[in-house]
Structures are given as C-alpha cells and as structure tokens.
Ligand binder design. Structure first.
Ligand SMILES: Nc1ncnc2c1ncn2[C@@H]1O[C@H](COP(=O)(O)OP(=O)(O)OP(=O)(O)O)[C@@H](O)[C@H]1O
Length: 453
C-alpha cells in the first residue's frame, strides 16, 4: 500500500512495508522502521498537514537517540488513512507498551525530576500513544511502600525517574515480590531466582545513574524515553548480598566493603551536614587525610565454570573456588562484566555470566588517587599498571569474612557493607555476594559496549 504526499513541497510516495516505511525526501531514500515512528500528528485543522515524529539513532560516539520530525501534506483522507495504517502497523509489529506507570523521585540529582517528567517525558510518551500513571514520592523510602501496594497488573511496564538509589529501592521490592509469588526462598543464596519479566525503563534524573548508562550507553533523558517507546527489552544482572543466612539486598549496579563502605557511610551519616560539599570532601578525606584501614579477610572467589569444555572434573570444579587470606583496604564490585575502553568493542570476548570485582591491598595515597582517576576509564593497560595493589577478578560469587585477627575496636566498621550506595550494617562480618545473571528486564534497544562512563 502506498500514499501519495508532498514532503517539502515535492510530490513523493510513502510505501508501507513489512517492517517500516520507505519514502524519498529530495533525491534521498529514507527507511524508517515502525518502532522508530513515534506518531503522525495532525498539524492543521483541515487535516491536510501532518507531522511525522520519529526516532533518530546516533550510534557512535554518543549513542544518543533523538526525536525528529518531518512535515507532510496531502488530502485529508490520504493522511487519515496513512495515520490509521501506521497505528495498526505499530501495534502489530512493535512491542510498544500501551500503558506505563511512571515513578518520579522529585529530589534526586538537581531536584528537577517532576519538571522533567511533565515537560519532557509524559508529552513524548503521549505522542507515542502511551498512557501514563505518574506517581511522585513524598519522602525517602516512600517508593518501598508504594511499590509494595501498587497494582502493576494494570500497566505494561514501569518507568523509574531518579538515580541508582531510587532504581535500587524499587527493584529490590519488585524482585522480592516476584520470588515470594513464585514460592522461591530469596533468603537462601542457593535458590534459583525467577527472572523479573515485568519491564522497567530507567530515566536518569538522579546524581548517579549507572544503571541508565549501562542500559542505554549514555545518560540522557530523551534517549531513555525513546528506548522505552521502541519497546524492545534486554536482560541485566543483579547481585544478591547475603549475611547470616539472610538476604541483605539486591545490587543492581555496585557493591563495596572497607574503604568504599566507610566512605559511603560517612557521606550518608557523619558528613550529611556538609550538604553537596560532602561528595567532594569525604572522598578527599578518605584518600588524603584518614589512614587507610586494613582488614584481614578470608576471601573466596568463585570463578565461572568452563562451560565450553563440558567435561569439567571434580578437581577442576573445586579449583574454580580460590580462598585467600589477606589484608585489604578496599573492595569494589559491579554487577556486570564491563567492557574495557582500550579493547575495540568488536574484539571483546562474548559476554559471560560473571561480574568484575577489585580488591585492594595497602598502597600510597597518590597511587590510590591516581588509580581512582584512571579507573573511570577502565582500561586493561591501567589495571596492569596497578597490579601491585589492585587485584582484578571476573567472578560469579565472592565471600568476604573478616578474620578474628583484626582490631576489636574496628568491629563495628567491619560490619559496614554497601550495595548501590546504600549503607547496610551486617550482623556478622561475613558477606556472600552472588551473581544472578540476567534477572532484570529493562526497556532498551542499546547493543553497544557496557561501560561505567
Ligand atoms: N520525596 C522524597 N523526599 C526525600 N527523599 C526521597 C524522596 N523520594 C525519594 N527519596 C530518596 O532519595 C534517595 C536518593 O535517590 P537517588 O539515588 O535516586 O537520587 P540521587 O540524586 O542519585 O541521590 P544521591 O544524592 O543519594 O546520590 C533514595 O534513597 C530515596 O529513598
């Protein structure tokens, strides 16, 4: 089926294909997939001018998606038929959600979450024919309560607007609910978790939005909205933190122990009075002023079984677990097997179900500061250069147990553990972190490298 229209005053034909439309604008042929067509909006009262809103991909280097438009004129009945045909194709060919709940943290980041929701998010979703139910939190941890009680059966998915703290708070409730409904004992680290199929869209309006970057390759509100409109989904890892045979929580982006946990605790509790200046002062204090705290731990890394070989012996399996006792100053882990910046993306090995963890032994202050500055880029070359104090592993679980050979006055501190920026107090200084691969479903069509910058 074809439609005769004018684009920029020139007559042309829009062809309706299986997966998208094809038309000429000037001498150039354009193809637009149905998932990239936001809508055809009527511009003039007589119905003879319409605006085709569509999604434009900018894959490299910024990975952004932008919202563009094209004005089309024709007879009103032609444009009406074209509009109807497009709507039917979009419903039939794409997985565009029909209704979404939008949970907004109004104080995250620069405190603009609600304005961004009203001005940039909801209008574009409406243009794409997606209904929304906007819920704004009134206080800290309000989303825990809201998520417990909200009827998610009435929507196709959930959008979360905020930072990692908000994503983590809500996803933790949803993951527990999902396991509870399926009769899975989530407090047992050996339970096989049920994947959370209910799709979530993350829109970055907080100060740290690692999950949005991982899912979309960029921190950009419009890019996230347009990924949601495309309706495609992908699976992401989570880690479970366990202590004393209980689940502490699920981590969606990172975890930390010793320096990282102390630093986050100071930011949250001891130096909150400094307001935003604490985000500069507390890291500075931990790297340049406070003595590095050493904790002796028994640390058990569990490596991924070599699936390719198929016939792994019992001895080889046992060797996939390595236990060491060492004095560490810091532990930082992320939920994914991130890509290295200095390795071309197409040369990266296929993604495996494992996560990256760094543990540190004592080093000089400048070495640590330089390392943190370089870590942001995550290059193999850099990690090779700091091997003398940073131990890098790709693992599927880790157990960290502070031994009895530690200063008793630091016992309380050794009970601090951090998941996604949230401070937790352990009951015993013994934490087990396990990867649950691809348990989270996020709206995204991004296929590029997974990085933290
Ligand atoms: N209306 C609210 N008032 C106060 N706190 C809230 C409100 N809504 C959510 N919160 C809390 O805000 C915290 C931080 O949110 P989030 O991480 O999304 O934003 P952020 O700007 O990245 O935060 P942070 O400054 O902690 O990095 C969450 O723990 C959440 O419980």
């Amino acid at each position: 089926m074809n439609f005769n229209v004018q684009i920029s005053g020139a007559s042309t034909e829009i062809q309706i294909g299986e997966s998208g439309i094809v038309y000429f604008a000037g001498k150039e042929e354009h193809k637009r997939a149905y998932e990239d067509i936001i809508s055809l909006e009527k511009l003039s009262g007589d119905g003879k001018t319409c605006r085709l809103h569509y999604i434009q991909d900018h894959p490299f280097p910024n990975h952004k998606l932008t919202k563009e438009y094209l004005d089309i004129t024709s007879e009103d009945n032609v444009l009406r038929d074209f509009q109807e045909t497009l709507s039917k194709k979009i419903s039939a060919v794409t997985k565009r959600p029909r209704k979404l709940s939008v949970f907004v943290n109004p104080i995250g980041g620069k405190g603009k979450g609600k304005q961004i929701c009203d001005k940039e998010v909801v209008p574009v979703l409406q243009l794409a024919g997606i209904q929304t139910d906007v819920v704004v939190s009134q206080r800290a941890y309000h989303f825990k309560e809201i998520t417990e009680n909200y009827d998610f059966n009435s929507v196709d998915g959930l959008i979360i607007m905020g930072g990692d703290g908000t994503y983590s708070e809500i996803i933790n409730v949803l993951m527990r609910k999902r396991q509870h409904e399926a009769g899975v004992d989530f407090n047992s680290s050996s339970s096989l978790l049920k994947t959370m199929d209910f799709p979530i869209g993350v829109i970055p309006t907080g100060s740290a939005c690692g999950l949005a970057r991982l899912a979309h390759g960029v921190i950009d509100v419009m890019t996230s909205v347009l990924h949601i409109i495309r309706g495609r989904t992908d699976h992401y890892n989570i880690v479970g933190g366990f202590n004393n045979n209980k689940l502490i929580g699920y981590g969606i982006i990172c975890f930390g122990y010793v320096m990282y946990a102390d630093l986050m605790y100071d930011t949250d509790v001891n130096y909150r009075w400094m307001k935003t200046f604490r985000y500069i002062y507390v890291p500075f204090m931990h790297v340049f002023i406070k003595p590095f705290r050493e904790v002796e731990v028994e640390i058990t890394y569990e490596y991924l079984e070599n699936k390719e070989s198929g016939d792994t012996t019992e001895e080889e399996k046992a060797n996939l677990q390595v236990t060491k006792t060492k004095r560490i100053t810091n532990v930082v882990g992320v939920t994914d097997d991130l890509d290295f910046e200095d390795r071309p993306y197409d040369k990266q090995p296929a993604k495996k179900d494992q996560f990256i963890m760094l543990d540190y032994t004592v080093c000089g202050r400048w070495a640590m500061a330089k390392h943190f500055a370089n870590l942001y880029q995550l290059t193999e070359e850099h990690l090779d250069s700091v091997k003398h104090f940073v131990n890098f592993n790709r693992i599927k679980s880790v157990r960290l147990r502070a031994t009895e050979n530690n200063d008793p006055s630091q016992r309380e501190m050794n009970l601090r553990f951090n998941l996604d920026g949230e401070s937790h107090q352990l009951e015993t200084p013994d934490v087990y972190i396990k990867l649950f691969p691809r348990c989270l479903t996020l709206y995204t069509s991004y296929k590029g490298s997974r990085r933290w910058r």
